[in-house]
Write a protein that binds this ligand. Structure first.
Ligand code: SF4
Length: 147
């Protein structure tokens, strides 16, 4: 079975997060990790963006790359936090171009509470919402299990 080496970058607002939801999703191949159903996954990096406006994006990817990371996942909190990170598309392009690493939007499925709140706020007005949530929207039952 092929192996993929993954790094995770989380939003600085959640800097104390121990990664429970991300790691659960990774182990179960749920949310954005569903793309690795037929692969082993090794976590080679886990860090925060550095806090707004994301200064650690300049440094963390190169360290991850040295440890073998092939793909960086932006944690779901960057995409569906309040507010969603406004720099995420820039970060992705920067990491693609400067470090030649792939970037995937999302980690664990969107928890129901976040989904419901964004829906009430007409979430589709946020730029690129559909592209960013493609892998983490999941179905209602899955979202509820990450409440
Ligand atoms: S909103 Fe974006 S730049 Fe600000 S702390 Fe979160 S991920 Fe970092």
């Amino acid at each position: 079975m092929d192996t993929v080496k993954v790094g995770i970058i989380i939003c600085g607002r959640y800097k104390n997060c121990a990664g429970g939801k991300c790691l659960r999703a990774l182990n179960n191949r749920e949310g954005a990790f569903s793309i690795y159903k037929d692969k082993n996954i090794i976590i080679c990096g886990y860090t925060i963006c550095g806090g707004c406006p994301g200064g650690n994006i300049e440094y963390a990817p190169v360290e991850m790359k040295k440890n073998g990371v092939e793909v960086i996942h932006f944690a779901t909190g960057m995409i569906i936090g309040y507010p969603p990170c406004q720099y995420i598309d820039y970060f992705r392009e920067f990491i693609n171009k400067k470090f030649e690493l792939d970037v995937v939007y999302g980690t664990h499925p969107i928890p129901t509470s976040y989904y419901d709140t964004h829906k009430k706020m007409n979430y589709k007005r946020f730029p690129q919402w559909e592209k960013r949530t493609e892998l983490i929207l999941c179905d209602e039952k899955m979202r509820e299990s990450y409440l």
